[in-house]
Write a protein that binds this ligand. Structure first.
Ligand code: CTP
Length: 225
């Protein structure tokens, strides 16, 4: 199977030296890429700005902003419509960007106290729309879609909402305020939520162990057709 994995934060620049972002380090996504490759899959990792080494055998595409990440995901999906594909969106995509991005550094005197923001596209929802539109010829097999829900508090209800609203096959929810499951940790304590409403709380595990569960889940869906 083919895995497309997004990882890390996105950066939304307001000038060449300032941006909006979040504390994601990309460790969960890199673990998914490593686990998928180790299981023999073809893996493309679309990474926001992170300081991690590419796992061996994985093809990496670097991006900066949410719009770059959307373009890279769409290009990867379109590049091969024949093979079963699983998209794993671990990236912490910035939902907003500054309305304007200056080409040169803004001087303090040129900046106002308020920053005008505009909404970024939702990558998963955009992909759902493009799957629905793909009706000519032999319809491509829709990719398996796995998302994450990073919440401040018990993630179950929000993970279930995101599973429904984003048409996902699996949502991996976690509470990022916990010291063992937040940004940059090597472990994660996650809840798996499926579209049938089932919720499975997993114990504390390494991110690589969580990644192996995600890969095994995708393999099960692919083999059930
Ligand atoms: N995601 C996405 N495009 C965005 C934002 C998020 O595809 N613009 C994906 C994330 O990669 C993740 C899932 O959607 O797999 C849930 O992301 P999250 O940030 O938890 O949720 P939001 O959609 O931003 O919703 P909310 O702001 O209500 O928490």
């Amino acid at each position: 199977m083919r895995f497309i994995v997004t990882a890390g934060p996105t950066r939304e620049h307001l000038d060449p030296v300032r941006f909006l972002s979040n504390p994601s380090t990309g460790r969960m996504g890199f673990a998914v890429a490593r686990a998928a490759r180790a299981a023999g899959h073809d893996v493309t990792l679309i990474a926001g700005p992170v300081a991690l080494r590419t796992p061996p055998g994985v093809r990496r595409v670097d991006v900066v902003s949410a719009r770059d990440m959307l373009a890279a995901v769409l290009a990867e999906l379109k590049a091969d419509l024949r093979h079963p594909t699983c998209l794993v969106m671990t990236a912490a995509v910035a939902d907003w960007r500054p309305a304007r991005c200056a080409k040169t550094k803004l001087k303090k005197g040129e900046m106002s106290d308020t920053l005008k923001l505009v909404r970024n596209p939702d990558i998963l929802k955009t992909i759902n729309r493009s799957i629905r539109r793909a009706t000519t010829g032999v319809p491509p097999v829709a990719p398996i879609r796995i998302g994450f829900a990073a919440e401040t508090g018990v993630p179950d209800a929000e993970a279930a909402r995101k599973c429904r609203e984003k048409g996902l096959d699996l949502v991996v929810g976690n509470d990022v305020t916990r010291p063992d499951s937040g940004f940059g940790t090597s472990t994660n304590r996650v809840t798996l939520v499926t579209p049938d409403g089932r919720t499975q709380r997993l114990p504390l595990m390494s991110k690589l162990a969580v990644a192996r569960r995600i890969v095994a889940f995708a393999e099960r869906i692919a083999s059930n057709g």
